[in-house]
Design a protein around this ligand. Sequence first.
Ligand code: 13P
Ligand code: SF4
Length: 300
Amino acid sequence: MEDFKERIQRLKREKDAFIIAHYYQRREIQEVADFIGDSLELSRKCTEIPNRIIVFCGVYFMAEIAKILAPEKKVLIPYRNAGCLLADMAIPEEIEKAKKKHPDAKIIAYVNTYAEVKAASDIICTSANAGEVIRKVDADKVIFLPDKNLGAYHKRSVNKEVILWNGYCPVHNRITWDSIERVKKRHPDALVIVHPECPPDVTERADFVGSTSQLVNFVEKSPHKKFIVGTEEGTLFKMQKVAPNKEFLLPDPVPLCDQMKMITPSRLITCLEEEIYEVQVPQDVAERAKRAIEAMLSLK
Ligand code: 13P
Ligand code: SF4
């Protein structure tokens, strides 16, 4: 009798499929993925996959990017309702209004947006390069959407007018300093490292702030042995791999993205067997969104 891993390996061969997974995925999913990364790394990877099918284990907006960058591929997501509550906080109609109000501003859309929002923007960014994009974009005034915490974090260090949107990630926004301190009291020697989607009083007090991949790189290289990790709990899987002799703790309560966890082993099997759910992006939206994505990928 085949176990889950063997079944996935066989299906991948039979279907000529490549599985990519975000760091916030369940451990069982990360274990069978061909490539794991944060949203920037996953976007880059999508352009170089030779297989017929890309199975995207992440949330819907990420799978849309794969389809936009590799339109000739069949892009599947194991559960089509795996959305992102932050991405829901910006819609194109509101962006058009903001553009009219601030005609001299460039629109920077965080990667956590749907394709039609990217299509209405000048450039996109991820948590790994948001500061760089704000600094390098050709405008003195920018509208940064939808994450107000990420925008506020970079606004402090750039010499530009940054207009913030009123959006936030409910998972990271719930990481308060209290939720970290409850753990820190028992582990005063632990270093506090957090994602920039956390609220300003957390990013201001943390020892290190970085995107998911920057947090992983940090724990690998740091001489410290113990960390309180202020981001989604799935990230610990990779941290434990790159730094097996170090200790990783999570805030209390544990930050967990229910949307990411909607991708389950049984849904992944059904996805490969039945080739569902196929991700489609209307061509005109895809073309405009691609311009904004490529503006980021080609930023020097
Ligand atoms: P990264 O850009 O760090 O992968 O973050 C994506 C995300 O969904 C954060 O909540
Ligand atoms: Fe969206 Fe937040 Fe989940 Fe990331 S952690 S996918 S921003 S809801």
